[in-house]
Design a protein. Structure first.
Length: 148
């Protein structure tokens, strides 16, 4: 099960009439005003007694240096050897309080596979759920509002 966001939350700070001039957006990357850099990645939350995790396609910020590096190695098989990139989560995740701007690490994956996000915000419920997994009841609680 995978849910997600089409845009980083920061995108919505740009007035709609200005977006074509100020925002560069692809399926996986976003740049705002040539100074704010974002990458689309995936948070996977293990589900107890299930082989499939609950997935959230999210956006995280990257430093300009890491954004440039991610682009340099985007199509390189060796990109899996990159150290993780630090970023701030830029997606509101329903069912979790205050997910904007929590600490993350973005781990590159094989070419063609969306990067993986490790949530590292100390004691945040999303961090704890990613580390310890959640029950199927919690999955239902999280996704039911999204299906209506």
């Amino acid at each position: 099960m995978c849910f997600g966001a089409d845009f980083p939350d920061f995108y919505f700070s740009v007035p709609p009439a200005e977006r074509t001039k100020r925002v560069e957006l692809t399926r996986d990357l976003c740049v705002v005003d040539e100074e704010h850099f974002f990458i689309r990645a995936r948070i996977e939350i293990p589900v107890h007694d299930s082989f499939e995790p609950l997935c959230w396609n999210v956006w995280t910020s990257l430093s300009e240096t890491n954004f440039i590096r991610a682009n340099e190695v985007w199509n390189e098989p060796d990109r899996v050897n990159e150290p993780p990139y630090f970023g701030w989560l830029q997606t509101v995740i329903p069912g979790y309080a205050d997910t904007l701007n929590i600490r993350t690490l973005v781990h590159t994956q094989p070419v063609g596979t969306i990067p993986r996000v490790e949530v590292i915000e100390a004691n945040h419920p999303l961090t704890l759920d990613q580390q310890h997994g959640i029950s199927m009841d919690r999955v239902i609680e999280l996704v039911t509002p999204l299906l209506h």
